[in-house]
Design a protein around this ligand. Structure first.
Ligand code: NAD
Length: 524
């Protein structure tokens, strides 16, 4: 049983003088507003205005005008805004941590992961944008005579449709590379966590971003998603695989580019030679960050039988020591779930597993005494095919633990999923860890870490295989996806055609000779 639980702070809802100026960054009001409640306490956070089709039209018109001006600015100037944004986020972290916690119900430590994510991405893209966006000069068809420039042009207006679980990271860290690449962004944050996204926009404006370049429209995705995507030049979506398919269909119809970061059923492998204590400690964060409402979090643990008993004993002890609470300080380890429907899913998955013979090693209970959506961090054993939790993503604080007879069996089991987002491998032999990692079907694999090593390395792309998505965030890919290349080729002195008086046949022979010489010289 989870110990020493604390009640959430009384004053969880946010002061009106904080909320009101943020709402000014939303182009909304044309549709009836909705009430947003703090998950940890049930208190009203705000009446959130909603966007009508007219509001969305206006947001895109403003964004388009602002983008034309912004794209003409030198990349260095655009990058300077990201650097100042980085400083504001770190300096004002207390304010944004309060908002993130209030809107999501997560613990402060887990909210801080988002501050860190945004700071790392702002610094990274500020540092590399100029180089990534520089015009490239590849070899022309005829050396010296054909001069080629490859430019990276911004797409125009990018729609960033972000969910509620990592509202700062997923709103800001995807918008920053789009902006520095010369685009405007129209954000559609989830209603539940809109204030976090609006705070990020406010901070960016204070960092020098022209007003109107990054705006938010507000509404449920199923209501306004089509209106937003229909006006965008590119769509960046994070959410479930089911909705990802709808977005891909819409983008396909419009022939615009898209990037989808979707769900996961991520495996953690404890190999026979793992540092068991370290694995059992770090796995806590890997499984229960944001109460498991993290696309990268671990829902399946495969442990080699040689270390199974020791790992389970230590892991379960660590899980039982997790303190639940969502007060606005660093006092608790894990917070609340964000919605009733998340709680319903978690309950349904655990209850179904137990009814079909699974064993609860830790947790397994809702905690309405703490707040409406709290659920204990839960470890299940004896999970089998046929139980919902075996294959389906829970997106909550529930992990199933399996004994495996060999490392080979662990790899096989890890790959027995349609998802492929993140994985974790524990071994003292790092070379072997890399080999095992390369055999796992996932966009990221962390050796001796859960998710932060890969995710936090902003220079390395992050994204899913299979139904976990398509496209990448982070790294050069995370910026270049917001651009189109344009090739400008200039032919000088001689045309690429027979010289005057030269027959087509002689031209063909000359060119054949040229192609063969180029190949012999190993030229591109
Ligand atoms: P969801 O797909 O129902 O909703 C996610 C977001 O998409 C919401 O903000 C929603 O308003 C919006 N949306 C829904 N229908 C839409 C439409 N037709 N057009 C545009 N937007 C629409 O998912 P959920 O259940 O709220 O979120 C949890 C899921 O999201 C999980 O599967 C999780 O793995 C995934 N997720 C993935 C990542 C990632 O980076 N890979 C991050 C967070 C969440």
């Amino acid at each position: 049983m989870t110990t020493a639980a604390k009640l959430p702070a009384e004053a969880a809802a946010l002061p009106a003088d904080l909320v009101q100026p943020l709402l000014e960054h939303a182009v909304a009001g044309g549709a009836p507003s909705v009430e947003v409640f703090a998950p940890a306490t049930g208190r009203l956070v705000t009446e959130l205005p909603q966007s009508s089709p007219g509001d969305i039209e206006r947001a895109f018109a403003t964004a388009r005008a602002a983008q034309r001006e912004w794209a003409r600015r030198p990349v260095r100037e655009r990058a300077a805004v990201l650097r100042r944004f980085h400083d504001i986020v770190l300096a004002e972290q207390d304010a944004i941590l309060d908002i993130v916690q209030t809107e999501t119900g997560k613990s402060r430590a887990h909210a801080f992961d988002e501050v860190g994510d945004v700071a790392v991405n702002a610094r990274y893209y500020a540092s590399v944008a100029e180089k990534l966006l520089a015009t490239r000069k590849p070899r022309g068809v005829l050396p010296f005579l054909t001069q080629v420039d490859v430019r990276n042009r911004p797409k125009g207006v990018v729609a960033v449709i972000s969910p509620w679980n990592y509202p700062l990271a997923l709103a800001a860290s995807d918008a920053l590379p789009a902006l520095v690449a010369g685009n405007a962004v129209v954000a559609r944050p989830d209603n539940q966590t809109a204030l976090t996204a609006l705070w990020a926009i406010d901070a960016a404006v204070r960092a020098g971003l022209p007003r109107g370049l990054w705006q938010a429209v507000l509404g449920r995705g199923s209501v306004i998603g089509g209106e937003v995507i229909g006006r965008a030049d590119y769509v960046d979506y994070t959410g479930s695989s089911a909705t990802g398919r709808t977005i891909a269909q819409q983008a396909g119809e419009l022939l615009i580019g898209y990037s989808l970061e979707l769900g996961g059923k991520n495996p953690l492998l404890v190999l026979a030679d793992a540092d068991v204590s370290r694995a059992a400690k770090i796995a806590i964060r890997a499984c229960f960050a944001s109460a498991g409402q993290l696309c990268e979090s671990m829902e399946r643990i495969y442990v080699h039988e040689a270390v199974y008993d020791r790992f389970v004993a230590e892991f379960v002890a660590n899980v039982r020591a997790i303190e639940l609470g969502a007060e606005l300080n660093y006092g608790s380890d894990m917070g609340s779930l964000t919605f009733q429907r998340q709680l319903d899913t978690v309950r349904a998955h655990v209850d179904d597993a137990v009814a079909k013979g699974a064993t609860v090693l830790a947790g397994g209970r809702a905690r309405p005494d703490l707040g409406p959506f709290f659920y204990e961090p839960t470890v299940l054993a004896d999970v089998r095919p046929g139980m919902t939790v075996y294959r389906e993503e829970t997106f909550g604080p529930v992990v199933s633990i399996y004994r495996v007879a060999s490392d080979e069996k662990a790899i096989e089991a890890a790959n027995d999923t349609a998802y492929g987002l993140n994985a974790s491998v524990w071994t003292k032999d790092v070379r072997r860890g890399r080999e095992v990692a390369a055999r796992i079907n996932a966009g990221s694999v962390n050796v001796n870490e859960g998710f932060i090593a890969a995710w936090g390395s902003a220079d390395a792309p992050s994204g899913g295989l299979g139904i976990s998505g398509t496209g990448r965030r982070h790294g050069p890919e995370g910026l270049l996806k917001y651009t189109d290349t344009q090739t400008i080729a200039v032919q000088r002195v001689l045309p690429i055609a027979p010289l005057p008086g030269m027959s087509e046949e002689l031209w063909a022979k000359t060119m054949t000779l040229y192609f063969n010489v180029m190949k012999t010289l190993r030229q591109k």
